[in-house]
Design a protein around this ligand. Sequence first.
Ligand code: PMP
Length: 342
Amino acid sequence: VIERPNAVIDLGDNTSRFGTPPAALRVFADAGPGDASEYPAPDAGALRAALAEVHGVPPARVVTGCGSDDVIECAIRAFAREGERLAFAAPTFSMIPEFARNQRMEAVPVPFLPDGAWPVDTLLAARPHVLYLCAPNNPTGHVPGGDLERLLACGAGLVILDQAYAEFAGRMRIEAPEHPRLLVTRTLSKAYGLAGLRIGYGVASEAVIGRIGRVRGPYRIGRLAERAAVAALREDHGWAHAHVALARAARAALSAALEAAGFRPHASEANFVLLPLAGAAAVARRMLALGVRVRAFTGLPGSGDALRITVGPPPEMDAALRALAAATGEAADAVALRRADR
Ligand code: PMP
């Protein structure tokens, strides 16, 4: 548990609340002046090699970027032109409609089916030039069911499968169908606790990686960020694994406590829990005044107003539950967190 006296507990961005990989911190302690004055490697070759090893693919099938945000946006730029369609199941990652706007593409949101599955037929009927899929999905936290193979087989454009939270669903390694038009993206911002370094990556066919590489340009990853990321991937896999286990236990405890308090959180496979709640924006503002930041959504398809709470160590979850209870006007002792066995 990291002490942050008098600071806001930030449960708004789904970053790691369980610390930082020690090997990455050692790299910063050992930094020299050249790390600031010299350019990094143009295409982060050492990082690509480390990622390729983790996922059992050749380095030529890996692209890196300044966060997976950057990888996704470069991919969209590489594959789509003005006026073309970017389809996605809604609600999903809030940057996706913005990326569509930046590219002057038409965003085509299609609500998930009532059981949470991909709306396969409607997505295919949109004939998207780029199809964005997110699993576990942000902000719902669920892993959608439905026929991914069919989505891949029928489309003609790029399919992005965003796995930013896959480690929290028990998938440390990428397990996705081999497909020439599929790009799987991941990040070191979540399970690896390195959001401040801004490191994301994608794995795809060599053809897709080559095309993204041409719009990506050189020098996306700073020298220290690359070295720290490589150290974390090579030496701190065990740390990441342990962090994920803690986050999963915290998720179960938070969901149980919310249910015990009469809320109906969505079942989550990510490091956050979505809680449908009328007037969520006002509740979030009151929680922030009490020292806990969470993310509020208004009018989400299928959920309405909702709060998204990043999971963290038990003291942070206790604080979040107390703030939620106070902000929703309930007695704080009615929502004491049932701690997971650790
Ligand atoms: N995809 C999803 C689904 C996310 O929630 C986020 C961050 N919130 C990202 C991608 C981007 O993460 P980053 O740029 O830090 O890799």
